[in-house]
Design a protein around this ligand. Structure first.
Ligand code: SF4
Ligand code: SF4
Length: 463
């Protein structure tokens, strides 16, 4: 693969800010604050992309200077290849990664299982066109389906090949928590992988060894007790202003607890789901109004990113940016980053989250891990359509409601357009094959039946 030299890199990306990516500099200067500790977003127009500096955080464990915005490489656009198969659009991925690098994003998170197994290769192709020292690679041992020593070793070695590298900066044991220490033991200890990975860390093949967490409080506490034995260099958690205090305790844990426990131990934190699977980027109308009253020009996503970025132990916050407009909006937030005041943090995590808790959306982040359903149900498509209607206020609540007839019709028509009839919720037979794969612990058949019952009432006009 052809390397991009610095001159053509700057030329193709128009990157006045390339230095932020290639040089580990000091913290970005703060923009001028208003009385609230906040900068009006009107001041943050596109010019920040030419002149601003990416916020960098120092990993106290090894001195890495990591961009506060990290690239989650699990959602690039797909296209059909000549045999009609879905493949990632490599050119588009290259363009996005070039632009991100040029504007200081230096942390790239992937996994052997993302994008139907294509993510590491696509990310490796895009990144290897740049100097290896200009970015950090994070990938994972995602040995979910076969945790034998041979299969795990193959997955580990394949990652190096796909990513075209001879060392991995941040290596994660993928999705620990559920299944407790028993599952941790079978996936990583009894097969010899923990011993192996610790030796790899000593040799520098793996620079930092950590884990990503999905589970409940007890499981989190158990994993932290292993810190003395294994020394987790970093931990990746789900953190956003909604889950700060409103996690359900079963599916996930209040991020405030996770953050504080890691902070106490001085463990650097990588954030996943800062937008709660996109829910905080396209919020319900009432919630959007509350945000607009504070700042008419700031995007909903920018509030969510500023929330996680305002906590100093956070090393980087991952965002799966599919389109250039998402990338640019995020860059505006993270270049010349302005943390939230304590009052703003409370507003988001208490006032706004309380309002959001009353909207019956499904916490699906469209990751597709539950697919395919053997009965053809389009699980993420159904949840996406349902959430969109609720968030946009095009959701009929009862027949006495003003505009009910119009809302009823709009829901049914848009549902048929969004999800073909053979793939709608009524075709779920509750076989339960999908739920085990859902990182959000959504009771998928139960939620599908709830939506199905709602749609049935709309169809019969019996709401
Ligand atoms: S429970 Fe329903 S949605 Fe899930 S795999 Fe079975 S049929 Fe498909
Ligand atoms: S239901 Fe769960 S596994 Fe399926 S797309 Fe949504 S979040 Fe992912």
């Amino acid at each position: 693969m052809e390397k991009i030299d610095r001159r053509s890199f700057l030329k193709t990306t128009g990157a006045a800010a390339a230095g932020a990516a290639l040089v580990a500099g000091g913290c970005a200067p703060r923009a001028k604050e208003n009385g609230n500790g906040s900068v009006p977003s009107a001041a943050k127009d596109d010019s920040v992309l030419d002149t601003g500096k990416m916020e960098l955080r120092t990993n106290e464990g090894n001195g890495d200077r990591v961009s506060l915005l990290g690239y989650g490489c699990m959602r690039f656009t797909m296209k059909k290849d000549k045999d009609g198969r879905d493949v990632v659009d490599q050119e588009n991925a290259n363009t996005l990664i070039d632009y991100a690098l040029a504007h200081g994003v230096n942390y790239y998170d992937t996994s052997p299982v993302y994008l139907q197994g294509q993510s590491e290769d696509v990310t490796g192709i895009a990144l290897s066109r740049h100097p290896r020292t200009s970015y950090y690679i994070a990938t994972k041992l995602s040995n979910f389906s076969n945790a034998s020593h041979e299969a795990s070793m193959k997955m580990y070695n394949d990652s190096f090949r796909a990513l075209r590298t001879d060392y991995i900066d941040y290596y994660l044991l993928h999705s620990l928590g559920r299944g407790g220490l028993e599952l941790f033991d079978s996936r990583f200890v009894s097969n010899g992988m923990m011993d192996f990975l610790q030796k790899e860390r000593e040799k520098g093949k793996v620079r930092q060894l950590g884990l990503s967490f999905h589970g409940n409080k007890d499981q989190f506490d158990q994993l932290l007790t292993l810190h003395d034995k294994y020394h987790w260099d970093f931990v990746q958690i789900q953190m956003n202003y909604y889950d700060w205090l409103h996690a359900d305790g079963v599916r996930n844990v209040n991020a405030e607890y996770l953050y504080e426990e890691l902070d106490k131990r001085g463990i650097p934190i990588v954030i996943m789901e800062p937008l709660q699977g996109g829910r905080l980027a396209s919020v319900a109308e009432g919630v959007a109004r509350m945000l607009k009253e504070r700042d008419p020009l700031a995007s909903a996503a920018s509030w969510a990113f500023r929330f996680v970025g305002s906590y100093p132990r956070v090393l980087t916050a991952l965002s799966g940016m599919v389109y250039m407009e998402h990338l640019k909006d995020n860059l505006k937030t993270f270049m010349d980053f302005v943390p939230l005041s304590d009052e703003e943090k409370r507003f988001l995590s208490v006032d706004l989250a309380d309002v959001m808790a009353n909207y019956p959306t499904v916490n699906c982040n469209d990751c597709n891990y539950c697919m395919p359903c053997p009965y053809g149900v389009d699980i993420p498509g159904i949840f996406k359509h349902y959430n969109k209607c609720i968030n946009e206020g095009t959701y009929a609540k009862d027949s006495a409601q003003e505009g009910y007839r119009k809302l009823r019709r709009a829901y049914l028509v848009s549902y048929d357009r969004a999800v073909e009839s053979l793939r709608q919720a009524e075709h779920c037979i509750t076989c339960n094959q999908c739920s085990v794969h859902c990182p959000q612990s959504i009771a998928i058949p139960r939620e599908l039946h709830r939506i199905e019952a709602y749609v049935e009432k709309l169809r019969r006009n019996e709401l």
